[in-house]
Design a protein around this ligand. Structure first.
Ligand code: AMP
Length: 305
């Protein structure tokens, strides 16, 4: 099997308030967060790649430099001279964060427009990771082509992992979101939802119901996260639950699910052991949420095995 972990989606410029009226520029995005943590968790014989599209401008170059500096392979990323990267600004009011986005014309929305390139890139990966946000930003035709390319890569031996990450505001309507997410889940080896989203947007009364719904759609294994509550790992023939250790001093739950997914998948790719994988996922997420921000350097690089 190929030892490339490939995450696909949109990385954005993040402008975060510094407290003195200025903003600090960083880079973030759900799939990028998972790639970043996967690089920390996987042994050096695995490469971690990120696939998206960016512009040909200075800010896009800075994003690529950031990814390369994080030991993430950027060689497949497409550059377009007619677009640039998306951006969001975090605003703080009375301690509450709110987000304003400029992403509707971002380059990442074109990541599936070159079908031949997309197929080549997916064809090299051992594990392909994407999310509901990856799907949401694609035009309809490109979304269909993206799912076709995933099916083809999977039939050639790649494994596919998906976090539904339900964000209705990115979709034309909630029914389309539910239909596309269900179709995508059906072609995945791992579907990794957070129950909070599934409750809100599929009205699932309990995490088991989310697991059953994605299994019925065709998912191989469903891993349902639920904040401090039990994690469910279900396949067609088995169901296990695991209680994450309590975490004290939580300051910011940003990227809890993204980091969980990275550590879970990294462990599963190496050991194939579900209990160890949940332990790794919950362990990393538990450390991440004790710090502010999405990308928290709280893990030593993995050793070669
Ligand atoms: P979520 O996506 O919010 O369900 O969280 C993903 C994972 O982060 C969970 O499965 C837990 O391992 C961890 N996590 C999130 N919130 C908490 C919390 N309040 N206490 C302990 N672990 C948490």
């Amino acid at each position: 099997m190929s030892t490339q972990f490939l995450a696909i989606g949109e990385c954005m410029v993040e402008m975060a308030p510094t407290g003195d009226g200025t903003f600090a520029m960083g880079f973030a995005g759900d799939t990028l967060n998972t790639a970043w943590y996967a690089r920390k968790c996987l042994p050096p014989n695995w490469t971690v790649g990120y696939y998206t599209a960016v512009g040909e401008d200075n800010v896009s170059d800075q994003m690529l430099s950031f990814l390369k500096g994080s030991d993430i392979d950027t060689s497949a990323i497409q550059k377009r001279d007619d677009r640039t990267v998306g951006l969001y600004i975090i605003q703080l009011k009375d301690g509450e964060r709110s987000f304003a986005y400029w992403r509707s014309q971002s380059a990442a929305r074109c990541l599936a427009s070159d079908r031949a390139h997309l197929e080549r890139v997916l064809g090299r990966a051992g594990l392909i990771y994407f999310s509901g946000i990856t799907l949401a930003i694609l035009p309809d035709e490109d979304r269909t082509a993206f799912l076709d390319a995933l099916r083809k890569a999977r039939s050639n031996g790649a494994r596919v992992a998906f976090d539904p990450n339900l964000r209705p505001r990115l979709w034309e309507d909630a029914d389309t979101m539910r239909a596309c997410v269900t179709e995508a889940a059906g072609l995945c080896d791992f579907v990794m939802p957070s129950f909070e989203d599934e409750l809100a947007h599929f009205s699932d009364p309990a995490p088991d119901v989310s697991a059953d719904r994605y299994l019925a759609a065709g998912a191989g294994m469903v891993v349902v996260k639920n904040g401090p509550e039990e994690v469910i790992c279900a396949t067609a023939g088995s169901r296990q639950t695991f209680q994450p250790k309590p975490v004290s001093g939580i300051v910011d739950t940003t990227a809890a699910g993204d980091s969980f997914n990275a550590a879970f998948l990294a462990e599963f790719l190496i050991s194939g052991d579900v209990a160890k994988s949940v332990d790794a996922g919950a362990g990393l997420a538990g450390r991440v949420i004790r710090h502010r921000g999405a990308l928290v350097d709280c893990l030593e690089p993995a050793q070669a095995t």
